[in-house]
Each structure stands twice: as structure tokens, then as C-alpha cells.
Design a protein around this ligand. Structure first.
Ligand code: SF4
Length: 239
């Protein structure tokens, strides 16, 4: 069985567990978020980055006692044989994590018991945004994400070797002081919710997103304050 190809390797990335992890990046995504920084993993085949061998990743992990390997993308749950890749990494002396947009519910459901950590994007509380961004599921993407969140929370209740975090990029059209309260329909009090700063000074999937100004300090403070009214573990993160 052929394993998904790896198109990027970051030996030191921040994991939600407050530990350093190695990240590997798989190709392809069902979504088209304008602010995506991994656009080379989303666009057409001609722009694919170079393949990294799994052997090289394994060698690095073994030599450096890397505590966790996070499978990221693109959207890793779209990749054929993702389960086999997870099982291969599970055979190494490290934990396995996953970054996902949460909309590929059936695959995520299958691999949740095999992994130790999942970071799931919560883009917007608005179904119309999923309709616009999710080119495979349309507005059903929102429902699939909601189902994924239920399963992830259940998984966390039943295991002490599993944790998760929700991630939202503070992209002004999606989250701002006026609408942050609406995220309470997706984010629960006990979730760990990471609010990531949006950057417009780098190449993004949609160049028009670079014209969006990041929230200023005062707006970020308001967003964090409102978020903390309904979620007890809100974390601000620079990416
Ligand atoms: S941000 Fe994530 S979900 Fe959105 S297009 Fe990029 S890889 Fe896909």
C-alpha cells in the first residue's frame, strides 16, 4: 500500500501540547481560505513543492527523540491511505498529531483513536462561509465540522493520552469584536481555543487577503475578552 507523499517537513513547530513537534505536510485541500499561508499545498499540481521522504523524517525523529509528529496540510484527511501513514508513525517512538479543518468527518472519525493530539480549525460560525470556502462539501462543511467537534470532545473525555485544540485565525472578515460572540455556537467553555494572529505581510492563497488589515491591539484585546466570557481556555498565538 502506498503512503501519502510528504510535501513539506518542519522539524520544529509548536504543538498544542506546549511541546515542540515535527510537522509533515500533505498535499490537497477541500477549502480555499483566502488567508491560507500553505497555499502551495492547496493549488494545482504544477506548483507542488518537492517531495520529502518518510525515511528522512523517521531518521530525524529517531535521532532527535522528537516527542510528536504532526500530520498537517492542506487537509490531511483527504489523502488516500492516511490511516496507514498514521499507523506507520505510531510504530515510531513518538506521539502522532493531526491538523485538520474538521470537515472530512468520516476519515477523522476513523483515525481519532489512533492519534494523540488534534488541532481543528474553527473558521467561522457562519455556514455561508463554509459554503464559500469548502469546494467539496459546501455549507455541509459546517455541519461536518460540528460533528467532528462532538467526536473530538468525546475522545478527550475517554482518554488521558489525547488532547485537542480549536484554532481560529483572526482574519477581520471572519472574526472581529462585533461577531466573536457568535463563535459560542461552536466553541465550548472547556475547549482550548487558540486565536492566531492574521499576517498580511506574506504570500497568501488569495492575494486580495493581503489588503485586509490585521486586527489592531485594541480589537484583539476586545476579541480575547469576549471570547473568555464563554471559553475558559483562550490562547493568543503569533504564527
Ligand atoms: S487554511 Fe487550511 S483549510 Fe484553509 S485552504 Fe489552507 S490548508 Fe486548506
Amino acid at each position: 500500500m502506498s503512503l501519502p507523499k510528504i510535501y513539506g517537513f518542519n522539524p520544529n513547530s509548536e504543538a498544542g501540547e506546549d511541546c515542540t513537534a515535527a510537522s509533515i505536510f500533505l498535499y490537497g485541500c477541500n477549502m480555499r481560505c483566502p488567508f491560507c499561508m500553505n497555499y502551495r499545498l492547496v493549488h494545482g499540481a504544477a506548483k507542488k513543492p518537492r517531495v520529502v521522504s518518510l525515511k528522512r523524517v523517521k531518521k530525524y525523529v529517531l535521532e532527535n527523540d522528537t516527542p510528536m509528529v504532526i500530520i498537517s496540510g492542506g487537509e490531511p484527511c483527504l489523502c488516500k491511505n492516511i490511516e496507514a501513514l498514521v499507523n506507520e508513525i505510531r510504530s515510531w517512538p513518538c506521539k502522532v498529531g493531526l491538523c485538520t479543518n474538521g470537515t472530512c468527518y468520516s476519515t477523522l472519525f476513523k483515525i481519532l483513536p489512533l492519534i494523540n493530539f488534534v488541532a481543528v480549525d474553527v473558521k467561522s460560525p457562519n455556514q455561508d462561509i463554509y459554503d464559500e470556502f469548502d469546494k467539496v462539501h459546501g455549507r455541509w462543511g459546517y455541519m461536518l465540522l460540528s460533528e467532528s467537534l462532538l467526536d473530538i470532545r468525546e475522545e478527550a473525555k475517554g482518554r488521558n493520552d489525547f488532547s485537542y485544540e480549536l484554532r481560529t485565525t483572526m482574519y477581520r472578515p471572519l472574526i472581529n469584536p462585533s461577531n466573536v460572540q457568535q463563535f459560542a455556537c461552536l466553541v465550548n467553555r472547556d475547549d482550548r481555543w487558540v486565536l492566531q494572529h492574521f499576517r498580511n505581510n506574506i504570500a497568501l492563497l488569495d492575494s486580495s487577503a493581503q489588503e485586509e488589515e490585521p486586527l489592531n491591539n485594541e480589537e484583539v484585546d476586545i476579541v480575547l475578552k469576549i471570547a473568555r466570557n464563554f471559553c475558559s481556555n483562550v490562547i493568543e498565538r503569533y504564527v
